[in-house]
Write a protein of this length. Sequence first.
Length: 337
Amino acid sequence: MAATGGKLMHAVQYEACGGGAAALKHVDIPIPSPKKDELLLKLEAASINPADWKIQKGLLRPFLPRKFPFRPVTDVAGEVVEAGSGVDSLKPGDKVVSILPYSKGGGFAEYAVASASKTVKRPAEVSAADGAGLPMAGLTALQTLKSAGIRFDGGGGGGENAANILVTAASGGVGVYAVQLAKLGKCHVTATCGARNLELVNSLGADEVLDYKSPGGAALESPSGKKYDAVIHCATGIPWSKFEPTLSEKGKVIDITPSGAALLTAAIKKITFSKKQLVPFFFSRRAEELEFLLGLMKEGKLKSVVDSRHPLSQAEAAWAKSVDGHATGKIVVEMGL
Ligand SMILES: NC(=O)c1ccc[n+]([C@@H]2O[C@H](COP(=O)([O-])OP(=O)(O)OC[C@H]3O[C@@H](n4cnc5c(N)ncnc54)[C@H](OP(=O)(O)O)[C@@H]3O)[C@@H](O)[C@H]2O)c1
């Protein structure tokens, strides 16, 4: 017998691509049941990523909804209420963070079914809001830095061997984690953000912070004259020609929102064996890395920056804020508010 036996839950969903926040509909629908290797979670918080509204806009082709109505949002924190058959890693009562599949979503609801293999225990020291902020943005920050050769096992880097890293849009969902993780990876960090967030990004550990609207910031110039070994490129609309003169001999730009022009540049750089490379990047849903990030949070070495918290009843406001593109850190929707 299901733990929630035929009860209804509140959820927010849309019925077709397009329409933005105005197309989100509030509904009461049956609580889903977990199948084999799945968990039923009572959600406490979910965080929005730009990918969520890009999917609604029909922009992220491989991840478009398989069917409608579609309940968006993938990054969630909550409590296990029921474990499907075959799950022995987690049990009812466990507090967790999970990353739901993009093609299924499900985070804008009081309950969601999650794959046990993409769900990890949340330490008591990590709040639901902070944990929900982590999956896509935190994993992207960690994986881009790893692909730039930064190590998180305590070895390498630091001192004279410190890699010089530029993080663009360091005040955004991905950027705030990238700055902190790059410092943990013993890098010298230059970061760009708007004038209102210079102090915040500095407090996250960045060595140099540039206002992206100032001449030096627009040119991505390190004030100390450093050339970047890698750019964790979280902003959009910056052409390769701007990056090229700022890179070290074998510097690379890891572009997490590659445009058509960027994909072409990346291909040309690759086939011509250019020393400087542009690398298009898409993150992977790796539970062991999510566990690693939660461990850093537990130890107080990594924190989420929460832009704003919205009750599920006002999910539209949270959605519109993400579409607006000026969040500082993560936009969080809370189910218990
Ligand atoms: N490939 C992947 O796996 C992957 C994973 C996660 C995210 N992404 C993509 O990465 C991008 C960033 O995601 P996010 O969650 O960090 O976005 P976000 O939270 O919406 O980013 C908003 C922040 O970016 C700042 N910003 C905007 N343009 C800037 C510029 N030119 N220079 C410096 N700062 C700028 C804004 O500052 P102001 O408000 O001051 O303008 C704001 O604080 C999105 O396009 C997202 O879809 C890709």
